[in-house]
Ligand binder design. Structure first.
Ligand code: PSU
Ligand code: MN
Length: 307
């Protein structure tokens, strides 16, 4: 098992010293944002995590190894390499044995984080049940991963490109708690309110840490969604994002986009249709999550060390 993993010096050192570590995904870099904003954001997010007292571990697959923590040059390469594969659970053995460059989704990052002994993971938005899933069966593997892999996932909810009601039902069925921060409403990524409620509201990192630890101490495997809404001043107008989302969804259907290409297609079109404003919001919410995730990792680390 361990021979698949390679830790960066920074992360290896953090592990040896018992410091708090935060995992970060790489599909958001390769497929979620354009170059060079993607690599700038990745660097800033890492810095925010360090400034908040934790150590960042960006995860990707390079030369047949699961890399836990990337160098600056590796981040740059991943951000600008068009051949980077979007890697979810089912793709891991292929990308590792073929030696291709792989960017991990929420699902794959959770798997790698758990293997590396990292309990907190920060991203922008999780995948979910797509609209029309009753005929397309398009349900992100992220949800199955949350059902079985024990990592806390700090996100800004999920995008309204998804059916958020069905996404929350799916998580309920699989026993995945959805915790909102600062409000009971489940956030919808670009906006603070989705029209749906989270299961629980826990505003402080120590409360969130106790909750997560309690779940796992009961032997309940699986993740916890920590849904942290985009900051007030950075959110997009709901009517605008709703209309643009509809348009992007219709274009995806008309062009026959399917499978793993759906989510990147929609993210890219929304960015184009908002003339880049969605990207600014996206960057702001990821940074906001980085701070929340680092605080959670620090709180969880002190609970773990207290025994
Ligand atoms: N949602 C976003 N931004 C993203 C993704 C989702 O708002 O970058 C990425 C994440 O890596 C997520 C993946 O795990 O897309 C989900 O893809 P799919 O729907 O194909 O499972
Ligand atoms: Mn899908």
């Amino acid at each position: 098992m361990q021979n698949h993993l390679v830790f960066s010096e920074e992360v290896a050192h953090a592990k040896a010293q018992g410091k708090a570590i935060v995992a970060l995904e790489s599909t958001i870099i390769s497929h979620g944002m354009p170059y060079p904003q993607n690599v700038q954001t990745a660097r800033e997010v890492e810095q925010l995590i360090r400034a908040s007292g934790a150590v960042p571990a960006t995860i990707a697959i390079i030369d047949g190894k699961i890399r836990i923590g990337l160098s600056d040059a590796e981040l740059e390469h991943l951000a600008s390499a068009p051949e980077a594969m979007k890697v979810s659970r089912r793709d891991l053995p292929y990308v590792l044995t073929s030696g291709k460059l792989g960017a991990t989704t929420v699902a794959a990052t959770m798997i790698c984080a758990e293997l590396a002994g990292i309990q907190v993971f920060v991203t922008g938005g999780i995948g979910g049940v797509h609209r029309g899933a009753e005929t397309s069966f398009d349900i992100s593997a992220d949800l199955q991963e949350l059902a079985q892999t024990s990592v806390a996932v700090v996100c800004a909810g999920a995008k309204s490109i998804l059916d958020l009601g069905l996404t929350l039902e799916y998580l309920e069925t699989h026993g995945v708690p959805v915790v909102s921060v600062g409000q009971i409403e489940f956030p919808a990524f670009f906006t603070r309110d989705s029209g749906f409620k989270a299961d629980f509201r826990l505003d402080s990192a120590p409360e969130q840490a106790e909750f997560v630890r309690c779940k796992w101490s009961l032997g309940l495997r699986g993740g916890v969604v920590i849904a942290n809404p985009v900051p007030q001043g950075e959110a997009m107008p709901k009517a605008e994002i709703d209309q643009i989302t509809e348009q992007a969804l219709q274009e995806a259907a008309a062009q026959g986009v399917s499978g793993k290409a759906v989510t990147p297609f929609l993210l890219h079109r929304i960015k184009q249709l908002t003339e880049g404003r969605s990207l600014i919001t996206n960057i702001a919410l990821v940074k906001n999550n980085a701070v929340a995730g680092a605080r959670l990792a620090v709180a969880l680390n002190s609970l773990n060390q207290a025994g």
